[in-house]
Design a protein around this ligand. Structure first.
Ligand SMILES: [Cu+2]
Length: 648
């Protein structure tokens, strides 16, 4: 073959490959997304989505709110991280939300949102979420989409197995991923087996005040407690926690914590634990932890410090906690809508083990134990297991339910969702996801009564699915229709931060309670300015308090003189508007801080410490009206020793 002929063949060959790629490529994408998909996710302009999806922001420390089926991003709720977009954690009123026993803590890693429930069904009042790094649980009010309360959890590290709620939100449960000395102590790390312990915490939600309070903790062996779910129906009194590292390794866990064929699901009878606390069986440990509460009338966060916690030792509390052997390094633990089946996701297991609650009770009665650890009886695997789902995909992690007798399990390594039938344990369908799914979410999918229309895959890796954005590509959610026999992929949408877990709820449950503005007459902020005529500037030594009002389209006062270098200038901005969706913003040149975003009827304060004399404009940062651009003012800053009088 001469060169020309070779070239010709190469061209023909290349063309064939190109055609084949286009053809098979199209075939593949047709197989993945077909038919009337666009119509199923299209929410026409002006129309509302059917569900709200609340996804954890992972290392953003926040919660992102999306509509379903559209995947439109509506809001980022500030929870554990400062947010310069709203001033959360920067304004004087909100800083205290981020107080901890380690000081002001402006960031965390948020993983698992969980709705409050009534009778085992999400009720639309609150959503809770955990902080993993500096152990905390937050409560977000779903009428305002604002974080209302954050409680720190002492004697804990890596608050991963949290915050899952009992059937009527009696308790929010939390457990330690990292075991540590309890109380914390300066000991050699190699003394892990001797000195390190885990805890399981029960946070009580007061039904009247709706405030959180750390009711008690249970001291458990030093494993890594990973995830949790409370029981429901017949298993109402119980909560279940997965654990791995029953080996007690403290180094190179990928090998050293993967030795045992089975680790454990810990089953805790919280009703009995409650009883033991009442009977005085708990020991009081000194432990410093904060509770931060945002008062909606004062528009102000208040921190209180607690100094002790009640701790139960399983050795003193028979019948309170049992271990269910579970293959192998289990991750998720999920309870089906009937409350009978407890499904574990062994990330290194070849099957999905499903425990039976009925068999579990019977095994306890018949004392089918295989020894004990630190006073916790270990049940025999065969005595508690209801069945195993064979061939569930590689790396099964989490399971949600559709309320029609099926379970859906995410498989991280094989990047798929596997649908299986409860009772027969047979796999009936599987669908690839793109890629490396962690959690998955069916609206109400961990409740007694799921709205089983969609499953949302929460994916860690999206290489080749989106436009490149530098070294980091977004994480992603995928919407999958589960209304028919076969799962059908409908939509990909990128997420804010890492969506570890998400929960969704019908929009109608939240829309009707949505708060439109705060009543100005109910505003009890100590720096409130009730009307424009009360706006003023007051000096108290080096502290200057500017009582500023905002109303379309001006600030009052808007010319302020007599501020000096070295002053602490507090801008207390009250938004006098009494209408929906009219926030005003505030920023002043050279402000070493975030902006303020002030909702109608609210007062918010930002601290400014001018370091150079001159003229400093301030303005409204949130477009509010046709004359928004006119909404501005000036501050004159004079040298420290100047005798320019205060005027406004
Ligand atoms: Cu404005």
């Amino acid at each position: 073959m001469n060169n020309l002929n070779l070239k010709k063949w190469l061209v023909i060959g290349a063309s064939f490959i190109a055609v084949a790629v286009i053809y098979f490529g199209c075939q593949q994408s047709k197989d993945v997304v077909s038919g009337d998909v666009a119509a199923q996710v299209y929410v026409a302009p002006g129309s509302y989505d059917e569900f709200y999806l609340f996804a954890s922001g992972g290392f953003s420390g926040q919660i992102a709110v999306y509509g379903l089926p559209s995947g439109r991003h509506f809001k980022t709720i500030s929870v554990f991280s400062q947010n310069p977009e709203t001033g959360y954690g920067y304004s004087e009123e909100t800083k205290a939300m981020l107080n901890t026993s380690y000081g002001f803590n402006p960031w965390d890693d948020a993983h698992h949102p969980e709705f409050s429930m009534t009778d085992g069904v999400p009720d639309g009042r609150f959503i809770f979420i955990n902080a993993n790094n500096t152990p905390r649980v937050a409560r977000i009010d779903l009428s305002t989409f604002e974080t209302k309360e954050i409680i720190e959890i002492p004697n804990s590290a890596g608050n991963h197995a949290s915050p899952f709620v009992t059937e009527n939100t009696e308790y929010i449960v939390a457990s330690t991923r990292f075991s540590v000395p309890i109380p914390n102590a300066d000991v050699p790390i190699a003394s892990y087996k001797e000195n390190f312990k885990g805890t399981i915490s029960f946070i009580h939600l007061d039904p009247k005040t709706e405030m959180m309070n750390l009711a008690f903790q249970i001291l458990v062996p030093g494993f890594n407690y990973d995830l949790a779910h409370a029981g429901k129906g017949p298993s109402h009194d119980w909560a279940f926690f997965t654990s791995y590292n029953s080996e007690g390794a403290n180094t190179l866990l990928e090998i050293n914590a993967s030795q045992n064929d089975k680790d454990f699901v810990a089953a805790v009878n919280w009703k009995l634990a409650e009883q033991y606390v009442k009977e005085g069986k708990a020991k009081t440990y000194s432990a410093e932890y904060y509770r931060n509460y945002y008062d909606d009338n004062k528009h102000l966060a208040i921190s209180t410090k607690n100094n002790e916690v009640k701790v139960l030792d399983p050795k003193d509390c028979p019948g309170m906690i049992f271990y269910l052997p579970t293959p192998k390094s289990p991750h998720g633990v999920d309870v089906d809508p009937t409350g009978e089946y407890i499904v574990a996701g062994g990330k290194l297991a070849t099957v999905i083990p499903v425990h039976s609650f009925t068999k579990f009770l019977k095994a306890i009665e018949e004392k089918k134990f295989d020894g004990e650890i630190n006073g916790i009886p270990i049940l025999q695997y065969d005595a508690v297991v209801a069945g195993e789902v064979k061939d569930p995909g590689l790396g099964p992690l989490h399971t949600e339910f559709d309320g029609k007798g099926y379970a859906y399990t995410s498989a991280f390594i094989s990047s798929e969702i596997v649908k299986w039938k409860i009772g027969t344990w047979e796999v009936v369908d599987r669908i690839p996801v793109y890629y490396s799914i962690g959690h998955l979410c069916i609206p109400g999918g961990d409740s007694k009564s799921p709205w089983g229309k969609y499953v949302i895959a929460l994916n860690k890796i999206t290489k080749d699915r989106y436009l490149p954005t530098g070294p980091e590509i977004c994480q992603s959610a995928q919407l999958i229709d589960i209304s028919g026999d076969k799962m059908k992929l409908l939509l990909d949408f990128p997420t804010v931060g890492e969506p570890h877990y998400a929960q969704a709820i019908p929009s109608e449950l939240l829309m009707k309670n949505s708060k439109k503005f705060y009543k100005i007459e109910e505003n009890q902020n100590p720096y409130k300015t009730g009307s424009e005529k009360d706006s003023r500037v007051e000096r108290n030594g080096k502290d200057v308090h500017i009582y500023l009002t905002a109303m379309r389209s001006h600030f009052s006062p808007d010319n302020i003189e007599g501020i000096k270098v070295g002053d602490n200038v507090y801008f207390h901005v009250t938004n006098l508007e009494q209408d929906w969706d009219i926030p005003h913003g505030f920023a002043v040149k050279g402000l070493n801080n975030s902006e303020l975003l002030v909702m109608p009827g609210e007062t918010k304060t930002i601290l400014w410490k001018p370091t150079k004399f001159g003229i400093y404009p301030f303005y409204c940062t949130d477009f509010c009206s046709a004359l928004h651009q006119e909404m501005q003012g000036y501050v004159r800053v004079s040298p420290e020793n100047s005798n320019v009088q205060l005027s406004y």
